[in-house]
Design a protein around this ligand. Structure first.
Ligand code: SF4
Ligand code: SF4
Length: 368
């Protein structure tokens, strides 16, 4: 492809510098460049992970494995030479107001970031195209191993909790890439820096890491609250704690997240979704399809579905032994159209009622 535009003469070094400059001005806090080459280590790990069925019901992960491992695959971008990785920080977690003490993973508290990041990448895509190259942006949606490429592009390293960690910033970041046919000078990959630390592995309530950097998604609260449909095995639901959507525990305990880094740039545009202001636990439990649709359009929370959110709220209240929510749980247990939600509410009621009283050791059923 040849550019008719005046920037077609830019040297790879100048183009790289221009991209870095643009990325910074757009609000990305890190940008790095990796040469497209076979991801051999990641290929082996991905195939073993799938063979172990750690992906649970996320069957789409079994598809496009070859494309996932090679951005220059004929079905993605043949002649791809470089993956440019970008990171944007997430804003700090605000208080969840009436939803407290239930918790929502930090990334999900803002409106859906996919569209915003894609829009922000567009000027860089156009720059590459004007310079005569092809460029394809990815924001979670395309089958690209974004963390692996970000590590190769020197942005950060992959911690034992499987997250990309940026020293000085932490792991609460959003990643996206541009795959391009431009051959741009690459960065040095970043080596791992966990050392002997095992905090994330030890802190996981469901013991979802069979080994460092290996996640059994079927046990992970993020998977259970978002991807898993239907009832959750009772032995796992008691370990799900107070999470309504997602889980941040293995990131929050990481020393690399104890940073004074002030989220800036794009983080300022990822504000908490104002539609959720004032939404209470009772509102979640009594969601109907129409209200769910209004609250979740363009929000990551949509992925759990109405039934999933009601179920998760009931499990969390059961785990918290939140007695004051018994009346609304009773309404869900008898009237919700979903058998999954009804069962979850009945389970929560049972948990609350049979929980031993801290002072007498007797369950609520026997009180007064
Ligand atoms: S997100 Fe939560 S449940 Fe999943 S691995 Fe991390 S700590 Fe465990
Ligand atoms: S908690 Fe420790 S082991 Fe886990 S990712 Fe962070 S530094 Fe690595």
């Amino acid at each position: 492809m040849h550019a008719s535009n005046s920037i077609s003469h830019l040297s790879p070094h100048t183009l790289r510098s221009k991209i870095i400059e643009m990325a910074r001005s757009i609000g990305f806090i890190r940008v790095g460049f990796a040469r497209v080459e076979p991801l051999e280590r990641e290929a082996k790990a991905l195939k073993e992970w799938l063979a172990a069925k750690y992906h649970g019901t996320m069957l789409w992960m079994e598809r496009n494995v070859e494309i996932r491992l090679a951005p220059d695959h004929p079905c993605f971008l043949p002649q791809a030479r470089t993956v440019i990785a970008f990171a944007a920080p997430l804003p700090r977690s605000p208080s969840l107001g009436p939803l407290a003490p239930l918790r929502i993973a930090r990334y999900a508290q803002a409106r859906d970031y996919h569209r915003l990041l894609r829009k922000r990448l567009q000027p860089i895509v156009e720059l590459l195209e004007k310079a005569g190259y092809m460029a394809r942006p990815t924001v979670d949606s395309a089958p690209i191993l974004e963390r692996a490429w970000a590590q190769r592009a020197g942005i950060g390293f992959i911690g034992k909790n499987t997250m990309l960690i940026i020293p000085g910033v932490g792991s609460h970041v959003l990643l996206c890439t541009i795959v391009t046919t431009a051959e741009l000078p690459p960065d040095e990959p970043m080596g791992e820096r966990c050392g002997s630390c095992t905090r994330c592995l030890d802190a996981c309530p469901t013991k979802a890491f069979p080994a460092p950097r290996v996640l059994d998604a079927r046990r992970c609260i993020s998977y259970l609250t978002i991807e898993h449909k239907g009832n959750v095995d009772p032995s796992l639901r008691t370990l799900m704690g107070d999470w309504l959507f997602g889980c941040d525990i293995c990131q929050d305990v990481c020393p690399f997240n104890r940073t004074h880094h002030q989220p800036a740039g794009l983080a300022n545009e990822l504000h908490p979704d104002p539609r959720w202001d004032g939404v209470s636990i009772g509102d979640i439990l009594l969601l109907d399809d129409e209200r769910f649709d209004l609250l979740s359009r363009g929000s990551p929370l949509r992925r759990a579905g109405r039934e999933g959110l009601v179920r998760n709220a009931a499990y969390a209240l059961g785990n918290l032994r939140e007695k004051r929510h018994l009346p609304v749980l009773q309404a869900v247990a008898t009237k919700d159209p979903s058998p999954v939600a009804r069962e979850a509410a009945a389970w929560a009621i049972e948990q609350i009622r049979t929980w031993p009283c801290p002072s007498t050791g007797k369950s609520d059923l026997f009180r007064g």
